[in-house]
Design a protein around this ligand. Structure first.
Ligand code: DOR
Ligand code: ZN
Length: 345
């Protein structure tokens, strides 16, 4: 049985780092293991211009632990007022690696997002020409659509028409949670990929709701039925190049999670790799872990694979903190509900 596993150093293709005290507290949790991460722009106010992205990148670099080589891959938050020329310059200079589309109202700090895709047509055309990926939060927001159906409805009514009207647009379906998402990504061709989070490989909707409501398992898109979790497991562990890790590690202070109107987000940066190794081992797929964490993402983003490696060793259950202190409150680390045996050396 394998007791040691060496992987190319992994990347996280979807990460929330926030700002200020929270940034300072959570950044080391990702920088410890990951070489790079696609940094989500949903700050308050959001990162909408090249100047915003430059300033945010500088704040991230300033918050890095001494000696860390972690590279933040910046994104812009798409709005109906995004200037195609500003976006083009940001892409051509290498400052940004993607643009994020939040349908207005879909999730945390998405009210400045896009209501009418026709208003961003010029930006999407420029992105198709540049080969710049559009990272999409794929949920419709109409009140009449059930929250558990919002991803599948988005694929049929928004994503597929969008891709047909913008040929050549490169799209990442972010944090897919359904078998419909898996099937659509599989059928999509070379300009389509999907990220999968660590927590959606572990929990289904029962984990959130049975035996009392568990706010630390609430995120968006919300975890679905078991059959969907199994479809995600199959996709992630298959080695298929269209699927790669985007943790969507999304810290919120405990006081705002354990609340009458709790925030969405699971904070998984701390123990993600140990959880993934356990999950892939459970599925007899340890040999496919490196593709998911370290190879498929760079291939889609047309970036080199990292030079370095990390080594995981299997042994006694791994101890990890249950909370991270920010100085302004605590953040609960995701509890997978089973012991972890793979530790990053
Ligand atoms: O659970 C989530 N948390 N989903 C998102 O889409 C946003 C994120 C956040 O920023 O907290
Ligand atoms: Zn996210």
């Amino acid at each position: 049985m394998t007791q040691t596993l060496t992987l190319r150093r992994p990347d996280d293709w979807h990460l929330h780092l926030r700002d200020g005290a929270m940034l300072k507290a959570v950044l080391p949790e990702s920088a410890r293991h990951f070489a790079r991460a696609i940094i989500m722009p949903n700050l308050v106010p959001p990162v909408v211009t090249a100047a915003d992205a430059t300033a945010y990148r500088d704040r991230i670099l300033a918050a890095l632990p001494e000696g860390s080589a972690f590279e933040p891959l910046m994104t812009l938050y798409l709005t109906e007022h995004t200037d195609p020329a500003d976006l083009r310059a940001a892409a051509e200079s290498g400052l940004i690696k993607a643009v994020k589309l939040y349908p207005a109202g879909a999730t945390t700090n998405s009210h400045g997002g896009v209501r009418d895709l026709d208003k961003v047509r010029a930006v999407l055309e420029a992105m198709a020409e540049l080969g710049l990926p559009l990272c999409i939060h794929g949920e419709v927001t109409m009140p009449e659509v059930d929250i558990f159906d919002r991803e599948a409805v988005f694929i049929d009514t928004v994503l597929d028409p969008l891709r047909r009207t913008t040929p050549g647009l490169r799209v990442v379906m972010e944090h897919i949670t359904t078998s419909e998402g898996v099937a659509y990504a599989r059928a999509g061709g070379p300009d389509l990929a999907a990220t999968i989070t660590t927590h959606h490989l572990v929990i289904n909707r029962n984990h959130i709701l049975v035996g009392g409501i568990k706010p630390h398992y609430y995120c968006l898109p919300v975890a679905k039925r078991e059959q969907h979790r199994l479809a995600l497991r199959e996709a992630a562990t298959s080695g298929d190049a269209r699927f790669f890790l985007g943790t969507d590690s999304a810290p919120h202070m405990d006081a705002l999670k354990e609340h009458a109107c709790g925030c969405a987000g699971c904070f998984t940066a701390t123990n993600t790799l140990s959880i993934l190794a356990e999950v892939f081992e459970q599925d007899g797929a340890l040999g496919k872990l490196e593709a998911f964490t370290s190879l498929n993402g760079p291939a889609f983003y047309r970036l080199p694979v990292n030079e370095g490696t990390i080594t995981l060793t299997k042994g006694d259950p791994v101890a990890y903190p249950s909370k991270i202190d920010t100085g302004e409150g605590q953040v609960t680390v995701f509890d997978p509900g089973f012991p972890l045996h793979w530790r990053v050396a």
